[in-house]
Design a protein around this ligand. Structure first.
Ligand SMILES: [Mn+2]
Length: 351
């Protein structure tokens, strides 16, 4: 592969400490956020495969198994759901697509305490300053974080790291990074999509990623139960705030009826977001009886990350979420109560 394309690197200097830390790392534990998506897993696998190819000892850890739809990713079978206890000495913990420890899951604190170094690469808005590592870690400068919310995907940061390290992007690495970018830009449609997104995608295709192959695996590959679940969920559509708030809801009973699982409802918030009048889309799913997961999307100047934070969640300006105890109808009422003052009803558009 000829590496001819020049991809703008907005902050090359800022990545220096990250590359320095990673170049010297012989043993890595790479992880990402719970409910791993295409960007989280694509980034993790790309970085993991690149380090394995350099003879490093690499563990790829996710609290939850790789979702069915992402099992096609090269290296997906390397992902483990358990980590050695105690952690081997001199382990560099690399956290991708996540900058809040609790988003790693139950093992977060143990891994942070046991790691000799920590590297955080992410593009989510963070509570400032992000907490990482013990006081000892921070005193020794062992924790390096690179968090840029304006970057379209964590996979892009991984791409720049590999490029700055001077390592070749193999076809398997390219496929993982391409998937990361395609996922997090919503197929190059979200507001985070830039010229450099397309340049990077082009470079990855040149390096061996197959755009059609990845698209088919991601978007034309769903089990029929997903469509049956969607049919039930679409019937719950409500509009509020003069049509500016669109809300969909999935009860535990709907999951049971469709014999579907949480991962089958991935991205259903898009069916509320795509409505012309909707500025804020809400999808509430009761994943287990009494436990909900809420997805929020914004098409306007309303910051859903801030909104999610009032419920203990977080995310991006235009895409965020939270988890909470309660039934889907209870959380619906709570969400609408807090959105009400921002989007007052104008007495129209009630579905
Ligand atoms: Mn991401």
């Amino acid at each position: 592969v000829k590496h001819t394309t020049i991809i703008e690197h907005p902050t090359a200097a800022a990545l220096g400490p990250v590359c320095e830390k990673l170049r010297g790392a012989e043993r890595l534990l790479i992880t990402c956020h719970i409910k791993p998506d295409g960007d989280a897993l694509g980034s993790m696998l790309a970085l993991g495969l690149a380090f394995k190819a350099r003879g490093r000892e690499v563990t790829l850890y996710s609290e939850e198994p790789v979702p069915n739809l992402l099992r096609f990713l090269p290296g997906a079978d390397l992902v483990v759901c358990r980590v050695a206890d105690p952690l081997p000495e001199d382990t560099t913990l690399v956290v991708l697509d996540c900058n809040e420890p609790q988003r790693i899951g139950r093992e977060a604190q143990r891994l942070i305490d046991a790691a000799s170094s920590i590297v955080v690469l992410d593009h989510h808005l963070s509570r400032t300053p992000p907490f990482w590592g013990s006081k000892a870690h921070r005193a020794q400068g062992c924790c390096v974080s690179y968090v840029l919310p304006e970057i379209f995907a964590t996979g892009a940061i991984v791409f720049w790291v590999l490029r700055d390290l001077g390592w070749t992007i193999t076809p398997d690495v390219a496929t993982n990074l391409y998937t990361a970018i395609l996922s997090d830009t919503g197929c190059f449609r979200h507001s985070n999509t830039t010229k450099s997104t397309f340049e990077m995608a082009a470079f990855l295709v040149e390096s061996g990623a197959d755009p059609h192959g990845v698209a088919v695996k991601l978007y034309q590959n769903c089990p029929v139960r997903r469509q049956r679940l969607l049919a039930l969920i679409l019937q719950t559509l409500e509009l509020h705030g003069g049509g500016r708030v669109g809300l969909l809801l999935a009860t535990a009973e709907m999951f049971r009826q469709a014999q579907a699982a949480e991962e089958d409802a991935e991205d259903f918030v898009a069916y509320a977001r795509c409505i012309d009048s909707v500025e804020v889309a809400v999808f509430i799913k009761e994943t287990q009886p009494g436990r909900v997961s809420v997805s929020l999307r914004s098409k306007s100047a309303f910051n859903v990350a801030d909104f999610a934070r009032t419920f203990g969640g977080g995310g991006h300006f235009h895409a965020a979420g939270f988890r909470a105890p309660g039934t889907a109808p209870e959380i619906r009422d709570a969400v609408l109560e807090r959105l009400g003052p921002v989007f007052p009803d104008r007495g129209k558009h009630h579905a």
